[in-house]
Design a protein around this ligand. Structure first.
Ligand code: NAD
Length: 475
């Protein structure tokens, strides 16, 4: 049994009832799993009005009430994880163990927001005159609209929902039409946890049409988006034209810097496994591999050997380590990257061609001898394709790592404290991971700089995008 798919507006689960629907496909075998109802403009109006009505009371709710609901959702996430994870593997493709891992870590996100929302403080400013009182209040911004992607369906949505609801905002969320089950499960859990009607509304449809309609609405005060840089820029421009606050979690092109003095085998094995997580469809995926000259051959051999042993298949099959790509559009996208590399005389060391069969499978692929202006070195592949190139000096690799407009994550492997300090100071990235992978915990801020976005999710920064500052003074 796959997840039942509906709209969720004003506390009601609304079925298709004559609305346009969209097939949801299993990327491992192209089977139709279900039909997703698209929201009409009337549905969008009802969702916005319902969020506006709910805001009038939700903004006055106590942090304890918000916290209690978030905690219940955390517990429900743990209780329902096996079923939600199975459905996520069916419509998104990732191996079941990865789906389960996403669910369990997301329960932590809900718990952490439940704790942190009780600590949204203002401040008192010492006045110039003793009879004056000066306060800074932090108030919820209002009705938010959020757009979340298909790669981590549960994770990307719960971070926005928990931050908005914890701050006292209400929201209209458009989830990922390609992989909707986990976001549907989120709506069901908040409903079951007793969230008042209208605080969370869930809609589906044609992404550009829905985002355009929701962002332009005078009811909307804030826009949060996770997805590609071009779409993010488009939505941020529209939000700017209507003076709406934005949080943008956009794409990356994470550089990996492996220095001669690192533990090369450990780095190569860890990075190979990390690269194929979610079939490489991760905004913080390690993407450009710069390996220092002396370590290059050994790194390439171990990295390629580890990837050549990865079991690829249907994510529900025991032992599978990498599933299909999430939807049909990703396969030709991978082929374009490989084709560009071939046309530049690069060497395809592993993989390179789609795996034949019904599903959207592309194998782990390793490519060397690429110029820095190759497509793979400059555009986000968002798949299991790894370019590996060499470098000589620290100065050179920092300059090459910083040469793109992206600034999301970065990875460094070195046993020199001096090198670690220097690169963490100089890398232009929102996140720097040295000798391990430590990003994306609920208590740490997650976000990019440069073209990779605006604002952070997680960490004590998580509520900043959902609060406005009000100064009150009296005598
Ligand atoms: P895409 O750009 O069509 O869609 C990416 C995501 O944005 C999808 O969830 C889609 O529904 C949404 N989207 C697209 N246009 C939109 C609009 N006008 N308004 C609101 N939402 C919109 O491409 P795709 O083939 O689905 O994904 C490929 C690219 O998307 C990747 O190369 C990657 O750069 C990016 N992406 C990034 C993340 C991330 O976590 N940052 C997640 C998924 C996809």
């Amino acid at each position: 049994m796959y997840q039942k798919l509906t709209l969720y507006i004003d506390g009601q689960f609304i079925e298709a009832q004559g609305r346009q629907t969209q097939e949801v496909i299993n990327p491992a075998n192209r089977e139709v799993l279900g039909h997703l109802p698209h929201a009409t403009n009337e549905d969008l109006d009802s969702a916005l009005l319902s969020a506006e009505r709910a805001f009038a009371s939700w903004k006055k709710s106590s942090p304890t009430e918000r916290s209690t609901i978030l905690r219940k959702v955390a517990q429900l996430t743990r209780d329902r994880a096996p079923e939600i994870a199975r459905n996520m593997t069916l419509d998104q493709g990732k191996p079941l163990a990865e789906s389960l891992g996403e669910l369990i870590s997301c329960a932590d996100h809900a718990d952490w927001h439940a704790e942190e929302c009780r600590r949204i403080y203002g401040r008192v400013i010492t006045p110039r005159h003793p009879n004056v009182r000066q306060f800074v209040l932090r108030e919820p911004i209002g009705v938010c609209v959020a757009f979340t992607p298909w790669n981590f369906p549960y994770n990307q949505a719960i971070r926005k929902v928990a931050a908005a609801i914890g701050a006292g905002c209400t929201l209209v969320l458009k989830g990922p039409e390609d992989s909707p089950s986990a976001v549907m499960a989120i709506a069901q859990m908040f409903h079951d946890a007793g969230l008042p009607p209208g605080v969370l509304n869930l809609v589906w449809g044609d992404p550009p049409k829905i985002s355009d309609y929701l962002i332009r609405s005078p009811i909307t005060r804030k826009v949060s988006f996770t997805g590609s840089v071009p779409v993010g820029k488009q939505l941020a421009s529209l939000a700017g034209a209507h003076m709406k606050r934005v949080t943008m979690e956009l794409g990356g092109h994470s550089p990996v810097l492996v220095f001669d003095d690192a533990d090369i085998d450990r780095a190569a094995q860890m990075l190979a496994k990390f690269k194929i997580r979610n079939a490489g469809q991760v905004c913080v995926s390690p993407t450009r591999f710069y390996v220092q000259k002396k370590a290059y051959d050994r790194f390439l051999a171990t990295f390629t050997d580890t990837l050549s042993n990865i079991k690829v298949g249907d994510g529900l099959t025991e032992g599978v380590e990498m599933g299909p790509l999430a939807h049909e559009r990703r396969v030709p996208a991978m082929e374009r990257f490989v084709e560009d590399a071939r046309s530049r005389g690069s060497k395809i060391v592993l993989g390179g061609d789609p795996i034949s069969g019904k599903g959207f499978f592309f194998p782990p692929t390793v490519i060397t001898d690429l110029p820095d202006d190759a497509m793979l070195m400059t555009q986000e592949p968002f798949g299991p394709v790894a370019p590996i190139v060499s470098f000589d000096t620290v100065d050179e690799v920092i300059a090459r790592a910083n040469s793109l407009p992206f600034g999301l994550s970065s990875y460094v492997f070195t046993n020199s404290l001096q090198t670690a300090t220097r690169v963490s100071n100089e890398l232009e990235a929102g996140m720097v991971n040295i000798n391990h992978f430590g990003s994306a915990l609920p208590e740490t801020p997650f976000g990019g700089i440069k073209d990779s976005g605006i604002g952070s999710e997680g960490g004590s920064e998580t509520f900043d995008g959902y609060l406005v500052t009000k100064f009150v003074t009296h005598i």
